[in-house]
Ligand binder design. Structure first.
Ligand code: 5RP
Length: 261
């Protein structure tokens, strides 16, 4: 069987490096998405093969299913209440480690879990670094009741905002509206540029019908940017450092292309 393609290899590399933050006995928030899925698989290996004892709190039903499959013990946030660490992916990040998340539709649980954690480590690839957030459409979770009114209110509110575009679309799953794990809908805001993420986040969350938005501000501590050749960049917002490292891929002869999210 062939080795991983370069995109999956970069995700794998960032996931592997992020797991260095894990210590025995930790309660860990498990993110959602294709990069986070690599982290859950590697964590499963560490539990099964090295006897690591951790409790994972999944941020979606998809992640919960994968964690069960690979042998990571899981609990709910209600059970554990507070977490040592969350490792999750992101759709965009900037120099301040402000993020856009929710491309996979799990932003609500992801934000609750990350906020309940002492530390959030984000695992990404170089394509997700931006100077200004907003090229990736900003996901906003809204309740189904009156969603069209909520959409209109959001569009109206954007008029006074420092953004580069104002169109919004209802996220679909094939022909039907996409539903989150909570049964809500996602509106994607095509803003192109978000001049003031903090102001926008506050404004969006004041609109009736909005449950949460995909801006993660002052939540992420470290971003791990992996590359297919094993190199990683570690951006630590608390220390203000950017460090280059390598993940040793020598012994990795067990990585195949037939693994999906
Ligand atoms: C899910 C998310 C994901 O972390 C984000 O979409 C990145 O996913 P991927 O690792 O597949 O690129 O926010 O809601």
């Amino acid at each position: 069987m062939a080795k991983l393609n370069p995109i999956d290899m970069a995700k794998y590399v960032s996931a592997r490096r992020a797991l260095d933050y894990v210590e025995d006995g930790m309660r860990i928030g498990l993110g959602t998405g294709s990069t986070a899925a690599w982290m859950v698989r590697c964590l499963g290996d560490m539990v099964r093969e090295d006897g690591l004892r951790v409790t994972g709190v999944p941020t979606s039903s998809r992640t919960a299913e994968l964690a069960r499959e690979v042998g990571v013990p899981i609990a709910t946030l209600e059970d554990v209440k507070w977490l040592d660490l969350t490792i999750d992916g992101a759709d965009e990040f900037d120099d301040d480690l402000a993020l856009i998340k929710g491309g996979g539709g799990a932003l609500l649980q992801e934000k609750i879990v990350a906020t309940a954690s002492d530390m959030m480590v984000v695992i990404t690839d170089p394509g997700k670094k931006v100077d200004t957030l907003g090229a990736f459409p900003l996901p906003v979770e809204v309740i189904p009741f009156g969603w069209q009114t909520t959409k209109a209110l959001i569009e109206e509110s954007l008029v006074g905002m420092d953004v580069g575009g104002r169109s919004t679309t209802l996220r679909l799953n094939r022909d039907a509206p996409f539903r989150t794990d909570e049964g809500n809908l996602i509106l994607d805001l095509h803003l192109r540029r978000i001049g003031n993420p903090r102001q926008l986040s506050l404004l969006l969350n004041q609109i009736p019908g909005v449950v949460e938005n995909g801006l993660f501000l002052d939540i992420c501590d470290v971003v791990v940017v992996g590359a297919a050749d094993g190199s990683v960049e570690l951006r630590d917002v608390n220390n203000g450092t950017v460090r280059q490292e390598r993940v040793d891929l020598e012994a990795e002869d067990n990585l195949f292309t037939d693994v999906t999210d």
